[in-house]
Design a protein around this ligand. Sequence first.
Ligand code: CA2
Length: 150
Amino acid sequence: MTAKHNVLVINGPNLNRLGLRQPEIYGSQTLNDIIESLTADAEKLNIELNHFQSNAEHELIERIHQAYQQADFIIINPAAYTHTSVAIRDALLSIDVPFYEVHLSNIHSREPFRHHSYLSDIAEGVICGFGPQGYAMALGAAAQLLAQNK
Ligand code: CA2
């Protein structure tokens, strides 16, 4: 069997509250539910999955830095920092690890301030509006990409 690829999943502020409020927008699954299901998917794909969630911008940046030469791929839902954070954009640019941007909701059908992302133009791909399934779609696509590039 080939060596396991390492995928890091990062979730930004307030996503630790998933399932508790606004299920009409974000669904009823908790973040733990999503990560549990993603971990099972990763096992089947022979991928080592690590997860990090924080409500603090500097902690997200530190974790991105740690991924340098450690993670093969990142799946990130930066939550509200998507629309505000040049610092998270710069952190991702500083490590040269490819990433997918994921959003539970369709940010383009919501308030105008959610339409712009500081990350989309530097992401390998963007998935939004598929709810928790978006993370699984991103993982499947990352696995394919990693297998192609070896
Ligand atoms: O749709 C997404 O995944 C978002 O990244 C979620 C962010 C939002 O600021 C982005 O525009 C789109 C917000 C996450 C807030 O999570 C909550 C969880 C439970 C209850 C309320 C908010």
